[in-house]
Ligand binder design. Structure first.
Ligand SMILES: *Cc1c(COP(=O)(O)O)cnc(C)c1O
Length: 390
């Protein structure tokens, strides 16, 4: 299989003003964290998602760490987080020596089951027990988490809601109390990633958004070594070197300008996969809920026994045909650093993990390439059963 024929899982598409903005950086000499593109990127991003403040930072992980630090989470505090997610959703809880409590998934959205969280908050309230400091709700694979009731419950019980929207830039809510809201703006803090395979990329980078001005100020302060303005290097706290560079922000601004087109491509790919796998025995396409519009970052196909193949074998077949795929995230409670973590709920996330295979979802994936993926899956799985002829 030649390199040209290989179909990768998820690649960036750099089709806009990237080169021009990078040239501007080089010409101006502003390549580091001081520079006009950082502010332009932050302002454009805040406008795009509908937040008052946006603070660019070095990665999505840094964004989540700043969020945990800024709300004052520390030893003795619990933070609830989905178990079915990338490990970076939870690692920042450890950085602050707080305790992650892993919440099982719901099978429809694959996100944390809000009923499990709400029941636990109510139970603790009834018994006068300490509530968690925060809930980190992840919008997995770009599918918005069911936050309407959960956000209200968090508010009622004094629990901070943080959204990990690393995979979900551009996703949002329709109808109900959250109508028109984009992911990341529902909780007190929203975090995004611009890693190479995310919806938009800065090479590596992240963003924190919030409507809370003191919190925004604190997050910005912590991200810049907690340095107090002035000529002397005075620092009033232990901060971090977490700012995004001007070079990276230049890429980010160029990418953000293409967001509507990138999302449209991702959603078209998802629609085509949906149509191709509908009605095939044992293949379950992602649920399309009426109350949300997903970003369709990565397409996850669930493979049941009726497909006549398991996901490992299917992945091997695809690999042999030059098509990259990968299992959905391993639930955190199966990973060594999280095996001992307290948990809420049962084995839904594990069942999703056993079935879930993510398919090529690059915004630049051609129709012909996607047809090759679909064809390979059709060949490897059971055909549609025809009704018996008279
Ligand atoms: C990518 C990702 C992150 C971390 O982002 P980085 O920019 O890679 O640090 C966090 N959470 C989720 C759900 C992610 O997919």
């Amino acid at each position: 299989m030649s390199e040209a024929q290989r179909i990768p899982l998820c690649e960036p598409l750099l089709g806009g003003q990237e080169r021009r903005y990078l040239d501007e950086c080089l010409a101006s000499g502003y390549v580091s964290s001081v520079g006009p593109f950082v502010e332009r990127f932050e302002a454009a991003f805040a406008r795009q998602v509908g937040a008052r403040f946006a603070i660019a930072c070095a990665s999505g992980t840094a964004a989540l760490h700043l969020a945990c630090r800024a709300i004052g989470a520390g030893p003795g505090d619990e933070i609830f987080v989905s178990t079915l997610t990338f490990v970076a959703s939870a690692n920042p809880i450890h950085y602050e020596r707080a305790t992650p409590v892993l919440v099982d998934a719901e099978s429809e959205t694959l996100n944390l089951d809000p009923d499990l969280v709400m029941q636990e908050l109510e139970r603790r309230a009834r018994l006068g027990l300490v509530q968690p400091r925060a809930v980190i709700a992840v919008h997995i694979l770009g599918q918005p988490a069911r936050l309407e009731a959960l956000a209200a419950a968090c508010e009622r019980h004094g629990v901070v809601l943080i959204e990990d929207a690393a995979e979900a830039l551009g996703a949002g809510y329709r109808g109900g109390a959250l109508d028109g809201r984009q992911v990341g703006t529902v909780g007190r803090i929203g975090c995004f990633s611009f890693n190479g395979n995310k919806i938009i990329t800065t090479g590596g980078g992240g963003m924190v958004i919030t409507d809370d001005e003191p919190l925004a100020r604190r997050i910005r302060h912590l991200s810049t070594q907690a340095r107090v303005p002035g000529p002397e290097y005075r620092h009033d706290d232990v901060g971090y070197n977490y700012r995004l560079t001007n070079l990276a922000a230049a890429l980010g601004l160029a990418q953000l300008e293409q967001l509507p087109a990138l999302l449209a491509r991702k959603r078209e790919l998802a629609d085509r996969y949906d149509a191709a796998f509908a009605d095939r025995p044992g293949l379950r396409t992602p649920a399309r809920v009426p109350w949300a519009l997903p970003s369709c970052w990565l397409y996850n196909l669930e493979i049941d026994a009726a497909a006549g193949i398991d996901r490992q074998t299917l992945a091997q077949r695809l690999g042999a045909a030059g098509i990259e795929s990968r299992p959905i995230w391993t639930p955190l409670h199966l990973l060594p650093p999280y095996q001992q973590a307290p948990r809420l709920g049962g084995a839904v996330a594990e069942a999703i993990f056993a079935r879930g295979l993510c398919l090529p979802s690059s915004a630049g994936l051609g129709t012909g390439e996607q047809a090759r993926v679909i064809e390979a899956i059709h060949r490897a799985t059971a055909p549609i059963r025809r009704a018996a002829q008279g």
